[in-house]
Design a protein around this ligand. Structure first.
Ligand code: FES
Length: 205
């Protein structure tokens, strides 16, 4: 059974951090809509604003901020990241706490069982937590669906499934390109970006 977490995301919660870019509220609205309507609406298409935002990517040393929900804009702590439950987040500067809320920076965090992490993935995970681009490589929907297999993340728009224990490879289409993985670490109890995204984000041009 596949569960949809879209309904758990609210666009009405107050923003507690300083968020840049025009993409954050667009993404929130997109998530509040149902799957196929996202593509038809144009909210998930590669608009000029999105293309411009693709130049901004998470940088090592940044933290993570909740994209939505009761903790919108607040720092993500390791205990916030649950087994098999994709958590949507944005990178946040460590010193200024500015949240980089563009679509290109949308990330998913998820905790995996250590046994579900392939050996090559383990140096890039922290206590089982992995991070990936949160933009589906099919048509650009935000990825927030839970899958019955707790190492998989599901795109609710058309069902693409990605293996977060295996460098984001596609398990089920229509997507054909894997998700870009972002190395993470835990430093002084805080989840931090520990490298660069290891591939392109979103749908192929
Ligand atoms: S946008 Fe089509 S499966 Fe994700």
């Amino acid at each position: 059974m596949v569960k949809n977490t879209f309904s758990e995301v609210s666009a009405d919660v107050p923003t507690t951090g300083e968020v840049d870019g025009v993409g954050r509220r667009t993404v929130i609205r997109a998530i509040a809509m149902s799957g196929c309507c996202l593509a038809a609406s144009g909210l998930i298409s590669a608009s000029p604003a999105i293309a411009q935002a693709k130049k901004v990517k998470p940088e090592p040393g940044q933290r993570f901020a909740h994209m939505a929900g009761d903790k919108e804009g607040q720092l993500v702590v390791p205990d916030d990241v649950k087994l098999g439950k994709p958590l949507l987040a944005y990178p946040m500067d460590a010193t200024t706490t500015q949240v980089h809320g563009s679509r290109a920076n949308l990330l998913i965090l998820m905790r995996l069982n250590e046994t579900d992490l392939e050996e090559t993935m383990k140096p890039h995970a922290a206590s089982g937590i992995v991070a990936y681009s949160g933009i589906c490589t099919h048509e650009g929907c935000p990825i927030s669906g839970e899958h019955e297999n707790p190492r998989m993340a599901l795109c609710n728009c058309h069902g693409s499934t990605f293996d977060l224990g295996a460098n984001g490879k596609v398990i089920a289409g229509p997507a054909t390109r894997r998700l870009a993985m972002l190395p993470v670490a835990i430093t002084d109890g805080t989840l931090v970006v520990a490298g660069k995204l290891n591939g392109p984000i979103g749908p192929p041009a």
